[in-house]
Design a protein. Structure first.
Length: 299
């Protein structure tokens, strides 16, 4: 072992604690992609900002009693994205497929929400046995938007049509168009609105989600940071008022992140629109989700 092994490391490895890929349980992958963004761009800077935030917040989770320092995490770095959306999705699917083949849990940091389609493609045939649990202000079920059939506004519809997951559940919904509501009803896609969550509380929300997920083999969790109210996460690409509070989101997220979770992503932070608050929220979400998954695996 040389001095460079002791005293030199990459400056922005997620959480600051890096295990070799072979030893890791969780593999972090950044996807700096925001080509289809239609309002505020900049989610391509999200992975770097979230990594930076992860180095500067504490790692102990009171919710789980676990410290991120104890976890075996490997940060692969960032995907080499292309300006062509489908090419990026295919590259992402190939890399995620390798992570899964190695028996690791992918933790993907975006980037715009379209990348979730690429991650789920990486699951191959297992995608059809997996439920997708998406925390998002929007349903993302349009058939087309601004001439694009694959974008951050349509990807969930393409995901449902092409990959046919066991179930799609959307949480924190509050910004939709009539077309999406019609499609959700026709396709059997369940959602729970931010207003419902506030009215019914975390406990009832978790009961609803657990009941809906009771018969599925595995769960993939996606968190679009715009599920939070802009007061808590102002630097997102499509902010929408009347959102969830941080503690509400964390309570629900940690309540569903158990043994069946086979991967998750956190997307849509556009860090140039604030002073780091949204990236800190995102890093905290990843920490808490990882600790909850780890706790369930240890129990």
């Amino acid at each position: 072992m040389g001095y460079h092994d002791l005293y030199v490391s990459h400056p922005t490895v997620f959480s600051g604690f890096q295990k070799a890929f072979e030893e890791a349980d969780y593999v972090v992958l950044g996807v700096p992609f925001d080509v289809t963004s239609t309002y505020r761009t900049g989610a391509r800077f999200g992975p770097a900002a979230i990594r930076d935030a992860s180095l500067n917040i504490e790692t102990y989770s009171f919710r789980s009693g676990i410290d991120v320092e104890e976890l075996r995490i490997h940060d692969l770095g960032d995907l080499h994205v292309a300006t062509d959306t489908m090419q990026t999705i295919e590259r992402l699917a190939k890399v995620v497929g390798e992570i899964l083949e190695a028996g690791k849990t992918p933790v993907v940091i975006g980037g715009e929400h379209t990348i979730t389609l690429g991650v789920l493609k990486g699951f191959g045939n297992k995608a059809s046995k997996t439920a997708v649990l998406s925390f998002d202000a929007h349903l993302d079920l349009r058939d087309e938007f601004m001439g694009l059939r694959v974008s951050h506004t349509t990807f969930m519809r393409r995901l449902n049509e092409q990959l046919k997951p066991a179930k799609i559940l959307e949480v924190g919904t509050r910004a939709v168009c009539r077309e999406e509501l019609d499609y959700a009803e026709k396709a059997g896609i369940d959602f729970i609105t931010a207003q419902q969550i506030r009215g019914e509380g975390v406990e009832q929300t978790l009961k609803f989600l657990k009941r809906k997920l009771a018969d599925v083999e595995s769960v993939y969790v996606s968190v679009d940071m715009d599920v939070l109210d802009p007061a808590y996460a102002p630097a997102v690409q499509n902010p929408e008022p009347d959102g969830l509070e941080s503690h509400t989101l964390l309570d629900i997220l940690c309540g569903v992140c158990g043994k069946r979770v086979v991967g998750f992503d956190v997307v849509e932070v556009a860090p140039n629109y604030d002073k780091g608050v949204s990236a800190i929220q995102a890093a905290k979400l990843v920490f808490e989700a990882l600790c909850s998954i780890e706790k369930s695996r240890r129990d």
